[in-house]
Ligand binder design. Structure first.
Ligand code: FES
Length: 105
């Protein structure tokens, strides 16, 4: 896994956009404090999901409002229908680690 950030850099309800090995990834911490890593690009358009808002365990695309489940990657509301990839992501010893080659969905 690749160390991408300090855990303290992503507060509850916050996001961070990172690039690792040519993958554009959105890190998000849900309202319960769990960390997630998903594809940064909305499946409806070329828009960064890291610029959207975290609501509970979902992230809302700022452009047209589709919400994506941070655990499953599923599009919960239109106009997006396709899921985003969810990457293996862990928080260990105050660091956020991601494996961009392992998707969980
Ligand atoms: S670009 Fe994200 S919902 Fe349209």
């Amino acid at each position: 896994m690749i160390d991408v950030a300090a855990a303290s850099e992503v507060a509850a309800g916050a996001t961070m956009r990172i690039e690792v090995e040519n993958f554009e990834i959105c890190i998000a911490r849900d309202s319960d404090g769990a960390i997630h890593a998903i594809d940064d690009l909305c499946t409806h358009g070329e828009v960064s999901l890291a610029e959207g808002d975290v609501e509970g365990c979902a992230i809302e695309c700022w452009l047209h409002g589709s919400q994506f489940d941070l655990n499953s990657g599923q599009a919960l509301t239109p106009p997006a229908f396709e899921p985003v990839a969810v990457y293996d992501c862990k928080e260990i010893a105050g660091r956020i680690l991601i494996d961009p080659h392992t998707t969980l969905n």
